[in-house]
Write a protein that binds this ligand. Sequence first.
Ligand code: GLC
Length: 820
Amino acid sequence: MVEKENNKESLPEISIEQLEEGVQHVNNPIIGLMPIEKRYLKSVKEYVQNNNNFYFSDGEARVEVRVVSDEIIRVRLAPHGTFLEEFSYAVNKPEQRVTVFSFDEDEDKYWVKTNTVTCLISKKDFLISFQDNQGLVTNEDYTTMHWEENADFGGYYVYCTKKCSPEENFYGLGDKPTGFNLRGKRFQNWNTDTYSFAKDQDPLYRSIPFYIGIKEGVSYGVFLDNTYKTHFDFGHQEHDKTSFWADGGEIQYYYIHGPHMMDVVKRYHTLTGTHPLPPQWALGYHQCRWSYYPESKLKSLAKNFRERKIPCDALYLDIDYMDGYRCFTWNKKYFPDPKRMIKELLNDGFKTVVIIDPGIKVDDNYWVFREGKENKYFCRRSDDYFMEGHVWPGRCQFPDYTNPEVRQWWGGLFKELVEVGVAGVWNDMNEPAVFGSGTFPNDVRHQYDGHRGSHRKAHNVYGMQMVRATYDGLKKLQKNKRPFTITRAGYSGVQRYSSVWTGDNLASWEHLRLASLQCQRLSVSGVSFCGTDIGGFTGEPDGELFTRWIQLGVFTPFMRAHSAGDTREREPWSFGKEYEDINRKFIELRYRLLPYIYSAFWEQHRYGFPILRPIVMVEQDVKTNLVREEEFTFGDKILISPVMEPGQTSKVLYLPAGKWYDYWTHEPFEGGMEHTVATPLDSMPIFVKAGSVIPEWPLMQYVGEFEPDEIKFQIYYSDYEVNSFYFEDHGDTFAYEQDIYTEKKFVVKGDATMLNIKQFSEGLYTPRYETYELKLIGLPFIPSKVYIDGKEQNQDLKFDELKRVIIHANKNFRNIEIFK
Ligand code: GLC
């Protein structure tokens, strides 16, 4: 196996201390020691308004304050008065609906005000701050925005330094492998291939320059839409300053108002988009390895799943399925007839997902290379030579995915793979990774959708544009079927095109904990459809670690086991019968909960709700000493407290305020406090909020194995009113865009003598099944009568061994009343 080096070619770190000084010297690796003068905004001399844009000038530099919506205000800085062209890969809707805003000024300040947020610009020193309707200042400049001219590439380093209050905490920034709260830490965003990454290593594969601050119980967000290398410091260098800066481009940040963390995340999604609804099969269990080959190996893997009755939906082909690692080719020795093989796997319920990397082998006898070369689709250096580097196939050139024509071409290359039946595509190595040097040199040129620039500007979006091209291509080729894509690299907005996994992690308990933190963090950073290599990519997990990871994996939106080529076998049965049985039990749980999981994906797609929600999001004012960071909710109803230590037989966990039920025993628990619960290996603490209606499918070995003739709902008694949502549709087409879906709302409320369940439906989809099985959990009385839509029913109302009462109802019921 080849170990890949990290990108070592970066400019020396500049400390905040240096930043706050006027003139400094930076040792630049290209041109040596050079003076850099730091320039600051001076007093505001004039302002001009143009609709919802306000321009403030100090005579030379200009600042634009744009009211984007009631809750979002954008700030830009142009050091010499000319703003860069309006263009963003992240923000797909720059103009939002502006309702009411006003402008005012007093002796000291200008006020740009919406219904919910006010941006204040001080006249004397050009400091910018934001406050809410109650006058609470949530975010304010410590120094004015500033910049350094950089002769090296003709741009600026641009800086913004904010005050950081003593109690302020910070979240977000994508997949940083560190403790959940970012306070006291400093980070960089520069997509980097980090094989076997360590805890606290930075940067990793993705760049999401978006953070959430919580100050005095109020949340706000800052999204720095800058694709250059960016830096964030949350009170690390100096405890009272939070800074963000970029090695080029513009200070262009969106201030996003809360007051709740959920509001901030939803509003961030209104800027950068949500995940499209994935095909339902993509939510099943996926089995991957570097690599399953030849065909007989893949077939025996498939046979094992079905014979052992462990549900599975997708099998992966890593790089060895190709001919000499040439993308879009097959190794015919290993896979003589891919079309037949894929069809046979499909008949058995398995989808095939293949890896496609960006490096195209330099080989004039290879059609992809020839086409790319003839059409000038590959990246070039500043001296007009092609960008060449070594990756798996050896000497390679790399498509410039920031060119729309190249994206179009790339999308079309999947034609044959789609024709042979490939169901999903996995884009890897797209930081972009290059052996030896780490990545491309900074001077590589990019078309950048007509806003030409160097690799400094395009590096962090390269992977996102690759998977965008893949997604768009598949969407066209698969006609009305939803594409499934997975990418390693990405930038804010990547969620519009792909799911992601966290890259080459390690088989260790520490990485199991990181897996939970990284997925939660991605989820609040706009990338909900995420997962980790279950079991750890490198190294060897023992049975216990693998099983605990499968348990966590059930509740990561993307569930895939993957391992490096030099590791031992890593399937759910590889560790002996005891572990196999538990792994099966948990993968089955995933399949039973698929309608709940799918509904959470709908809520993400339609409304921008993150799928995983850290405890601090569920309960913003939670006392931090009560939070176990690995704990989170999946959707808004199910809380998971995964087991993170070997040999652990019990753990202390925290339940947010309200009433909860143990998923396994149905025992009720009070929230707002800690509990100690048993954690034998065959179990994991799972709690369900009182009042929830949780849909379950009958057990299937793969999605679509059969049409369920009944949907089960677990209904958890509550004495306060609780709403639950359930979504269903065809599961793999875009018909939902024409309203061919059903969104159901259940409202549950009980008292000492009765339980009432109401159902409301919206949408045009008609499922085939007719009835519901409703399992009533936690009834505080022995029921004697049940009415459905006013009619008394003759149903058996006994408690079963799990203290549930089971009733049946037509799927269109509107009102059920159960009486003591
Ligand atoms: C990279 C990927 C890994 C993959 C391997 C071979 O290391 O992160 O998932 O298996 O390349 O393609």
